[in-house]
Write a protein that binds this ligand. Structure first.
Ligand code: NAD
Length: 213
């Protein structure tokens, strides 16, 4: 597949949406979709979708549109969804428990291999088949299992010291739910910060400014 270098993050951030929508179409038995139909359903212009997909070689045919399962597979490959990145989760509180219980990690390229917490009230409890491990065991576990990604669901006060420990054990990738900016401190890390509040504030703005598209 021909790939361009330096694909912008805004293109990358639209790919999961394409993938999700195409998977839905595939599940409904739709085999083919025109770029116009796709654009209407996704609320994007057809030219935007073409431009995005052209970054990876383009997959449609003029006058025919896209073959749904083929495009879905191609986008899944671009996203690397068949990867198996070993993942640990830190913080087995309300958020960590919800994420560990409800996310389909294996569909998105990740294997959840361990859940950690520092509180005796959480260690030893079971979440989705995993027994919560005391964070004092982190080094031993990482040395043996070599996780590459950590999901952070702890309050911000504890994050810096946990990151330093994880970084020292070779973990460079973080799905960060704590309100703490990791990427400012370590340049060779890949961090996805997730702030549900940002989405809510955006919604608030859009409700009060309905004419802004
Ligand atoms: N990004 C978002 O959209 C979002 C949404 C909700 C909550 N949060 C944040 O996520 C954090 C967790 O939220 P919650 O509702 O699950 O809280 P919670 O209090 O239910 O759970 C926090 C858990 O982290 C554990 N913990 C604390 N410090 C630790 C450390 N240093 N090492 C290991 N475990 C540690 C606690 O024992 C507890 O089990 C909060 O700081 C909250 O602000 C972010």
């Amino acid at each position: 597949m021909p790939r361009r270098e330096n694909i912008s993050m805004s293109v990358i951030r639209r790919l999961p949406r394409y993938y999700r929508f195409l998977t839905h179409l595939k599940d409904k038995g739709v085999t083919r979709i025109s770029s116009t139909e796709l654009s209407v359903k996704l609320g994007l212009t057809a030219s935007q979708i073409r431009q995005d997909l052209n970054c990876f070689g383009g997959f449609g045919q003029q006058g025919y549109g896209y073959i749904v399962d083929q495009l879905c597979d191609e986008i899944g490959n671009i996203l690397g969804l068949s990867s198996r990145y070993k993942t640990i989760l830190i913080g087995a509180g309300n958020l960590g428990r919800a994420i560990a219980s409800h996310m389909q990690f294996e569909d998105e390229g990740f294997d959840l291999i361990g859940i950690f917490d520092s509180s005796p009230s959480k260690t030893g409890t079971r979440i989705n088949g995993h027994i919560v491990i005391d964070t004092t065991e982190l080094e031993n576990f990482c040395e043996k299992e070599k996780p590459v990604m950590a999901i952070l669901c702890i309050p911000r006060e504890g994050v810096q010291s946990i990151i330093e420990r994880l970084y020292g054990m070779g973990v460079r990738n973080f799905w960060n739910f704590s309100h703490y900016d990791i990427s400012m401190r370590y340049e060779d890390t890949v961090v996805e910060n997730v702030h549900l509040n940002d989405s809510l504030m955006t919604l608030c703005y859009r409700i009060s400014n309905p004419n802004d598209k």
